[in-house]
Ligand binder design. Structure first.
Ligand code: SF4
Length: 864
């Protein structure tokens, strides 16, 4: 059984995947990103390729249409809008999940033929500050190091990165290295994430104080003789100003401003000083800030000042969120870049690109970045927009405003694989695209490694590859230059262009190669260079060849708390979901981990607000609100709350947290500050709570719901402000059952209702209602086929049944209750849990949580 070698659809680690004809998925043991490992999301890819919910034919105004009708309409509307209002009246909003070939032709069409640079990408939300920081420091958007450096380092600093959940395979590589040699892990994060719990040092700094911490490190290194003077003299400029700006940040000042103990700060600084091999990994916690670019440069400053860059086991290392954010950067998918890392503002670069494309025009000024782009949609400057492979009505800051803007935009096109999304709901034209497993192309991971995504399924319905859809529209707009026959043709052109300017990104050596057989390869690939690290030779891409250190003065975020909005909202990912859940939400396995949107609140704040675990809370800002489940935990600091970013308007009534986020952006990168908004938090005073399971997808109409796919149907959490007059009627409408027999139990005095819909001896659906949050053996009830009428009617909601609890190990469906029972029974290590319960023995994504559970139980066991 020969598998197809492809690449994971999710994060920027870019793991190699083997897809077998029987539908099974394994990690590719030969892929240099993962060497056979996969995390829980990658391992569940096979569960997400079904056709349920797919968009399989074009739709115009909600009605199925032929490709000819849809494409003619898109081309004519764009042509007409450009003719009447100019090229800047149209825009493309694209995605870091597009393949490089898709991205390349989209950028070519907008910048070389339409003549505008109004093409931006959801990668703007992910790593634009890293791009801007790289360019300020190196003169190019270059990631200097390789993944191997994380294993060779003596100290790995994880700044603003929940690596254990967001890039699990990289985290596993670091932990594996730690088992064989001494390697110290430092996590810098205001929140005590699972990553922080598995680190040697956790610096829970005050939100927004990152530049202070890194400036302090620079000052400390200088004061303790740690500068690499020779490297600085020969290869760095701006050092005097940067050092001068940092000098005031003594350990005492840093400790006070960052809200840390002086000893903690000193321990981190000493570690840096004593070990040459330090890698500083940074991710969204650094990038998604009003000063994200300064934070990136503050990190790079210290590496430049110590000459720790481009050598084995050392260097700054930006890790991207998305599978092809790097590919987008390479083709100019950001509004401020040209293709092949060339600059819009450089006339020589513009000429290179325009001559190569032989295109009628070339964009001469940067286009609108994501937040600006939707502002322009709202105020009418943009009159036609094409959104590809992304869901901005869920993921953009001020998402309700974005929805409103798109709803009022004269012409909105969306290419997607999914039929129903929050963004599709406001589109005039929907174009069905092929998805992972159906399309061919390349992606670039965080260490500059280009890998093939290969098709192993045929295109369903009328779905077409994105690059082909774009070329079809370009052809109908009477543009030549888009006559590509295959994805390989597009890649060849892209590779050839990259060799013309002599910049860092040069993959000209791949042009005309065997695309089908292409092995994962790290750029550059040219006559002059082949893979490896950048900048070890001290040569940078600035005019004078020297890297730049920047003088950084910490700036205060405009997102400040007030009496009305006294909490700082942080957002981020959970382990087993991806972006807006349109793919991972299809996997019952992945939904078992965390199946409901939540807000983490510090215990002291919860007490003050009258919030108890499992209550619901309203989190609101001037821009919007969500209602989410309360988790009382000291993972977050006092005055801080955390809500995950994934839930959309289809999986929850009010879980779109980006509706709450303020549209504050970093002035250099244009990246929104997704990790900080001042919010109000209050208890949602529900009159009733409910929990339901159903074989059919439930369609609740109620103030609060959150639903998820389970192995044999759906599970849904509910709450409302007024109790239903007729619970049977409410339940029947929600689970949409007509023929089933109804068996119910009511206790009006206690506000309880239990209703079962039964066919023969099978429970088709069940609803449990209570005045308090429903106590239920949820994991047990979700296995609908085991459910009996007795479970529904006797006692409450299956309590007393053996319930595995929330899933910790997604691969083997091992719940938290099972693990806790095992620990109480004498399992003292992750290995012992694995041996007895299998948890953690496949993908290993849950190992950090197993460690956390063991650590949390140790005091209790010791006390016995
Ligand atoms: Fe996919 Fe997980 Fe690898 Fe990321 S770490 S690429 S999500 S398997």
């Amino acid at each position: 059984m020969m598998p197809v070698k492809t690449t994971c659809a999710y994060c920027g680690v870019g793991c190699g995947v083997l897809a077998f004809p029987d539908g099974s998925i394994k990690g590719d043991p030969e892929h240099p990103a993962n060497f056979g490992r996969l995390c829980s999301k990658g391992a569940a890819l096979g569960e997400t390729v079904g056709l349920e919910g797919r968009l399989l034919a074009p739709r115009v105004d909600g009605v199925e249409a032929s490709w000819d009708v849809a494409l003619d309409l898109v081309a004519s509307k764009f042509r007409q809008t450009i003719a009447e209002h100019g090229p800047d009246s149209v825009a493309f909003y694209v995605s870091g999940q597009l393949l490089t070939e898709d991205y390349y032709v989209a950028n070519k069409l907008m910048k070389g033929y339409i003549g505008s640079a109004n093409i931006d990408t959801n990668s703007r939300l992910c790593m634009a500050s890293s791009v801007a920081g790289h360019k300020r420091a190196f003169g190019s958007d270059t990631v200097p190091g390789t993944y191997e450096d994380l294993e060779l380092a003596d100290v790995v600093v994880l700044a603003g990165s929940n690596l254990a959940w967001c890039h699990p395979v990289l985290h596993q590589r670091i932990l594996a290295a730690q088992e064989t040699r001494k390697l110290t892990i430092v996590t810098i994060d205001p929140r005590r994430t699972v990553t922080a719990e598995t680190s040697d040092i956790h610096l829970a700094l005050r939100p927004g104080s990152d530049v202070v911490l890194w400036n302090g490190l620079l000052a400390y290194v200088e004061a303790h003789g740690g500068l690499d003077s020779r490297f600085i003299v020969e290869h760095v400029s701006g050092e005097n100003e940067a050092l001068e700006a940092a000098r005031g940040f003594t350990v005492e000042v840093v400790a006070a401003e960052c809200g840390l103990e002086k000893q903690q700060v000193e321990a981190f600084y000493r570690l840096w000083l004593r070990h040459e091999k330090v890698v500083s990994v940074y991710s969204q916690g650094v990038n998604q800030a009003h000063d994200g670019t300064d934070r990136v440069n503050a990190i790079i400053n210290v590496h430049l000042a110590t000459g720790r860059i481009g050598k084995p086991g050392m260097g700054p290392f930006s890790v991207t969120g998305q599978p092809n954010a790097m590919g987008g950067r390479e083709v100019g998918g950001l509004a401020n870049m040209l293709a092949a890392h060339l600059e819009i503002g450089n006339s020589r670069h513009r000429k290179i690109v325009q001559d190569f494309w032989n295109s009628p025009v070339i964009a001469t000024k940067p286009g609108l970045k994501a937040v600006e782009m939707f502002d322009a949609v709202a105020d009418g400057r943009i009159k036609a927009i094409w959104i590809m492979c992304t869901n901005p009505v869920v993921s953009m800051p001020r998402a309700d405003f974005v929805r409103e803007a798109l709803a009022n935009c004269p012409f909105v096109v969306v290419s997607d694989i999914v039929a129903d999304t929050d963004t599709n709901a406001v589109a005039d034209v929907l174009l069905p695209a092929t998805g992972w497993g159906e399309k061919d192309g390349t992606v670039t991971n965080s260490e500059r490694r280009i890998s093939r995504q290969r098709a192993f399924l045929s295109a369903p319905g009328q779905a077409r590859d994105d690059w082909r859809i774009i070329c079809d529209v370009a052809g109908r707009m009477a543009f030549d230059g888009f006559g590509f026959e295959t994805a390989a043709d597009v890649f060849d052109e892209h590779a050839e262009l990259s060799g013309l300017a002599g910049l860092d990104f040069d993959i000209s050596g791949l042009s005309g190669g065997d695309y089908d057989a292409m092995e994962p390869v790290q750029w550059p690939v040219s006559r002059a260079r082949n893979g490896g690290r950048f900048f070890g030779d001290g040569q940078f891409y600035t005019n004078d060849g020297k890297a730049r250190m920047l003088a950084l003065v910490p700036r205060v975020s405009p997102n400040v708390v007030s009496e009305v909005y006294p909490f700082l909202l942080n957002t981020g990912r959970v382990r087993d979901q991806w972006h807006t859940m349109t793919r991972t939400g299809k996997s019952p396995k992945l939904n078992q981990h965390i199946g409901e949107p939540f807000v983490e609140v510090h215990p002291a704040d919860a007490l003050r607000l009258g919030l108890e675990p499992a209550d619901l809370a309203r989190v609101s800002s001037v821009h919007g609100q969500v209602i989410v489940r309360v988790q009382v935990t000291d993972r977050v600091g006092l005055g801080q709350v955390f809500v995950p970013m994934h839930w959309n308007g289809l999986t929850s009534a009010t879980g779109r947290i980006d509706a709450v986020i303020a549209p504050v952006v970093d002035p250099v990168s244009g990246q929104p500050e997704l990790k900080r908004t001042a919010v109000h938090v209050e208890k949602f005073q529900a009159a009733w709570f409910g929990f339901a399971v159903s074989r059919q997808e439930p369609m609740p109409k109620v103030e609060y719901f959150s639903k998820k796919k389970v192995s044999e149907g759906w599970a849904v959490e509910l709450a409302g402000l007024t109790a239903a007059d007729d619970w049977e009627c409410f339940a029947r409408e929600m689970v949409r059952t007509v023929d089933s027999e109804v068996v119910s139990y009511f206790d009006a005095g206690r506000g309880q209702a239990r209703i079962a819909f039964v066919e023969g001896d099978q429970v088709m659906a069940a609803l449990f209602v209570s005045r308090e949050p429903v106590k239920a053996a949820r994991a047990y009830l979700a296995g609908l086929s085991d459910l009996s009428l007795g479970d529904v009617l006797a006692g409450c909601a299956g309590m007393g049944r053996v319930d595995a609890g929330a899933t910790v190990c997604a691969c083997f469906s091992v719940g938290v209750n099972t693990i806790l029972a095992g620990i109480a029974g004498g399992m003292v290590s992750v290995e012992a849990i694995g041996a007895a319960l299998q948890a953690g023995t496949n993908c290993g994504s849950c190992k950090p949580e197993l460690r956390g559970l063991l650590a949390a139980q140790r005091p209790a066991i010791a006390a016995e």
